[in-house]
Ligand binder design. Structure first.
Ligand SMILES: O=C(O)CCC(=O)C(=O)O
Length: 263
């Protein structure tokens, strides 16, 4: 991959909000991962949230090119902290990942989505809005004023309302959703603020795919907005994918030292 200079790629990611890369994964890894996912029983779950039991999926998450791009993007070391494996279309409404994975300082996460088979329109391809990362990120409480804490009479299902408001905005502003019709092995790296989701599709066709979320390991504080008290993000200690080791070695003390580093 000498021809793909990390600086140029990161500039492109910052400009367009995404990168499409081909041929960065060995074919045998894609084939092995595809075999694993297609034989896995997904009857009860729509996605598998851990890849640690499968070495081929783990090897995809630790791809050196993706790690070096994320390192350049963060300007510090990077580690995979979560993965999602899909056998079927995700049907996930459009969102920004920052609603799920917030960091302070902001936007120190990245995602890499990999097609494990050829994916066309009827398989619910990944979809995205180019340059939507130029918009700020919104927590699920901030996006629609009408559902803010100032209006307690509205629905308390903030995430649901967030998804509806994103859909409404796409419509109102005439944003164009692009489908990523991928070949097996193609990957799509998106900026933390890029609006993306899974195109709606029936579940009768497979959409073998695997996504890893990366986080900068040195400075950021990682925050979760789900669970606990509404409006109060929770500190989270993310764990590295391969060994489940916490990124903050000394728990809350590490969080404090990270905060001090930012002063
Ligand atoms: O795979 C998909 O369809 C969507 C995945 C996604 O939105 C995510 O991982 O944040």
């Amino acid at each position: 991959m000498k021809d793909l200079d990390d600086n140029k790629l990161v500039n492109k990611l910052n400009k367009e909000g995404y990168l499409i890369l081909k041929n960065i994964f060995p074919k045998y890894l894609i084939d092995n991962a595809a075999n694993f996912v297609s034989s896995y029983d997904f009857e009860k779950k729509t996605r598998l949230t851990s890849s640690k039991k499968n070495n081929d999926l783990l090897a995809l998450s630790y791809n050196p090119k993706v790690l070096s791009i994320s390192k350049k993007f963060f300007n510090q070391c990077s580690a995979p902290i979560q993965s999602l494996t899909f056998k079927y279309p995700s049907n996930q409404p459009v969102h920004q990942d920052t609603v799920h994975f917030s960091t302070y300082p902001r936007d120190l996460m990245l995602a890499c989505w990999i097609a494990l088979e050829n994916i066309s329109d009827d398989q619910g391809p990944l979809c995205y809005i180019p340059k939507s990362h130029l918009l700020p990120s919104f927590s699920k409480y901030e996006f629609p004023n009408k559902y803010s804490h100032l209006n307690k009479s509205k629905s308390k299902n903030f995430y649901n309302e967030y998804e509806k408001d994103i859909a409404h905005t796409i419509n109102e502003l005439n944003f164009k959703l692009i489908k990523f019709n991928a070949n097996a092995g193609d990957c799509f790296i998106w900026h933390p603020r890029l609006w993306h989701g899974g195109s709606p599709s029936k579940k009768n066709k497979t959409r073998l795919s695997y996504v890893t979320h990366y986080m900068a390991t040195e400075t950021p504080i990682y925050l979760k907005h789900f669970g606990g008290l509404n409006f109060f993000p929770r500190f989270q200690n993310p764990k590295e994918l391969k060994n489940c080791k916490s990124l903050y070695k000394y728990g809350f003390i590490s969080v404090l030292s990270r905060l001090l580093k930012l002063l």
